[in-house]
Write a protein that binds this ligand. Structure first.
Ligand SMILES: [Zn+2]
Length: 424
């Protein structure tokens, strides 16, 4: 079954590109309102409907030739506006909507199609604009998705977005089966950022530690400064610059780890974050780590969603540190200092964190030892691929899917990014 979905991405247009977008919004608003008036007059005189696309289009061509303002706009978007107007009247006559109104100042978007979307390069090419527009593609389109139309919109504070509507078969949204050999358990910590049940450890990066020390020093410096003095502003700016540097470094690092984990495994089992523990402990490193884990889990989640993979959460009350992952014996005397311990029952030597990660994995696979109580979170096999940003009305698009399919860059061990173009 074909399903309609939409993903919304943030764009970063420069001034010239913003002017272009505004030009299109205004031209579309203008054309829509003029066509609506013509349809209205025609209806009041002849008591008959008239299609904006077919009947008004002739006048619209004349208008375009005469009007430089309209001529400079994206012509596909203007055609789309005509279609949307026709559909608005159809919806009204069939009792689904109110009588079509004029578009006013609040209408800050327009729809177009056939844009050149370059996911790996991170930009979109628009007609009549030389420079491509920088875009953050925080998610990939599912394989085999056919792009239908794109909505360009802006918010009050000058942020620009593009919502890409696409169609894909529902099979793409079915998740992978949970199997032992393709499942990994993840434990998170302060010393090591993430510890996997297969023994892999991801270091909590040194540069982050360095930045944290510097941040602490600057915060003390800010406290000593006279509020709102030049020196105070200087320190404050340094702090915000350092904050954004830390965020960027951490993001890069988390993207690398999460991409690797999701491409290597079909099911990821992780602990639910200990919110209570977080609130109790106000130590700077701890607070920042907590925030980092939350962001890391978010990345894992949406990357899993892209690829139809599973993320299983282990509830907080489940003990994952104490049980021996080999036999289930419970080590009640383990303390925070014990990095390595030996099981008294089976004699297995455990790395504390790897053992916890193994227990987390076991929980996810429903292999329950008496000590691992609580119900496992169920895996919803029919969960859609990420959130849908906007409802898509197929009638509005009125297009047949173009045969050209979104090509996928091959995911191999190397970090080489292949160029790929998605078009409508
Ligand atoms: Zn044991």
């Amino acid at each position: 079954m074909e399903v309609q979905k939409a993903y919304k991405f943030r764009m970063f247009p420069d001034q010239q590109q913003q002017d272009y977008f505004w030009h299109n919004i205004l031209a579309n608003r203008y054309i829509y309102n003029i066509a609506r008036l013509q349809k209205d007059h025609y209806y009041s005189r002849h008591r008959k409907q008239r299609s904006a696309v077919f009947d008004v289009a002739r006048e619209f061509t004349i208008l375009k030739a005469e009007n430089d303002f309209v001529k400079k706009a994206d012509s596909l978007s203007l055609i789309y506006s005509m279609r949307a107007l026709d559909q608005a009247y159809v919806n009204f006559f069939e009792g689904r909507a109110n009588f079509p109104k004029s578009r006013n100042k609040k209408h800050k978007s327009y729809v177009t199609y056939r844009l050149g979307i370059y996911i790996d390069e991170g930009f979109i090419k628009f007609p009549k604009v030389n420079k491509p527009v920088k875009t953050i593609f925080h998610r990939d389109f599912p394989e085999g998705a056919v792009l239908k139309s794109q909505t360009i919109s802006t918010t009050g504070n000058n942020e620009w977005y593009i919502s890409c509507q696409f169609e894909c078969t529902e099979e793409l949204f079915i998740k992978k089966e949970v199997k032992e050999e393709t499942t990994i358990g993840i434990d998170v910590g302060i010393k090591d950022f993430a510890i996997l049940s297969d023994g892999t450890k991801y270091d909590n990066n040194r540069y982050q530690e360095k930045s944290l020390k510097k941040l602490k020093r600057l915060q003390h410096e800010l406290e000593r400064r006279v509020a709102y003095s030049n020196g105070w502003y200087e320190t404050r700016n340094k702090i915000s610059a350092l904050h954004s540097k830390i965020v960027h470094q951490r993001n890069d690092y988390q993207h690398k780890i999460s991409t690797k984990i999701i491409s290597n495994f079909d099911t990821v089992v992780r602990e639910d974050l200990n919110i209570k523990g977080m609130l109790k402990n106000h130590h700077l490193a701890r607070v920042i780590s907590d925030a980092a884990w939350g962001m890391f889990f978010q990345k894992l989640q949406y990357k899993a969603d892209w690829k139809g993979k599973n993320v299983i959460k282990v509830p907080q009350f489940v003990a994952t540190t104490k049980p021996c992952s080999a036999c289930g014996w419970k080590n009640d005397t383990i303390t925070l200092k014990d990095r390595v311990w030996i099981c008294e029952k089976c004699g297995t030597k455990h790395d504390r964190d790897i053992n916890a990660a193994k227990n987390i994995k076991a929980y996810g696979l429903n292999i329950k030892y008496p000590e691992l109580t609580g119900e496992s979170t169920t895996v919803d096999n029919r969960q859609p691929l990420g959130a849908v940003d906007e409802a898509v009305n197929p009638a509005l698009t009125g297009e047949k899917p173009v045969k050209k399919r979104a090509r996928k860059s091959k995911v191999s061990g190397s970090s080489k990014v292949k160029s790929r173009r998605v078009s409508t």
